[in-house]
Write a protein that binds this ligand. Structure first.
Ligand code: SF4
Length: 80
């Protein structure tokens, strides 16, 4: 996971919200069950109301999931 990916993801997160929190919640549940979701040490300090994806990132795109599920981005596996 590269730092610029994290920063871009969080920039999107702070700029947003592009999708409703309800949609983000549904996506977070999908990500939480996905083998590509991993906990990142660099994200460990970030708290999220969507606890399933708190501190996690997607290993396919390197995006922080707290940001990704709230953005207009797409899942690289087309799971959402
Ligand atoms: S964005 Fe898609 S591939 Fe990545 S962790 Fe979530 S469900 Fe898995």
């Amino acid at each position: 996971m590269k730092i610029n990916h994290i920063l871009n993801g969080w920039k999107n997160y702070l700029d947003k919200s592009e999708v409703s929190e309800n949609i983000a919640k549904q996506r977070a549940a999908v990500c939480a069950a996905c083998p590509h979701a991993k906990n990142g040490k660099l994200l460990a300090f970030i708290k999220d109301s969507l606890t399933q994806v708190q501190g996690a990132y997607c290993t396919l795109c390197s995006c922080p999931l707290s940001a990704k599920v709230r953005s207009t981005d797409i899942c690289p596996e087309n799971k959402w």
